[in-house]
Design a protein. Structure first.
Length: 124
């Protein structure tokens, strides 16, 4: 690795800084996604590329601005997961990271099942 200067005590490398923001691991996961902004009723469709117990990344050329509160619906093999989310970050023309919140207990069970299946597919 090439560095412009030696690492000093207290420095945080870019990768470490990014890892500190994520409290749970993400796993590859492909599901149909619909994102709805409830005030304007604007809706975008996309596809997840990864998922965790706290959020997902939705690939879509259309995005809402960072911090927008949205309703999320993910669909996979006839089952759906619905919750509230907040746009955590946007990658222009690629998609957006969504943080889940206020997930109902029934929906949390679906999410945990999907994440468990995603973990299994990574470990096989």
């Amino acid at each position: 690795m090439i560095r412009s200067r030696p690492i000093q005590p207290g420095d945080i490398e870019a990768g470490a800084r990014f890892a500190q923001k994520r409290s749970v691991p993400r796993y590859p996961f492909a599901a149909r996604a619909v994102i709805l902004e409830p005030l304007s009723r604007r809706e975008f469709a996309g596809r997840t590329s990864d998922i965790s117990l706290k959020g997902c990344f939705i690939e879509s050329v259309d995005q809402f601005p960072t911090k927008t509160i949205v309703q999320i619906k993910l669909e996979l093999t006839g089952e759906s997961f619905n919750t509230w989310g907040r746009v955590a970050h946007v990658r222009t023309a690629l998609g957006a990271g969504i943080s889940f919140f206020n997930t109902s207990p029934g929906q949390q069970i679906i999410l945990e099942k999907w994440v468990k299946e995603a973990v299994k597919s990574v470990n096989t």
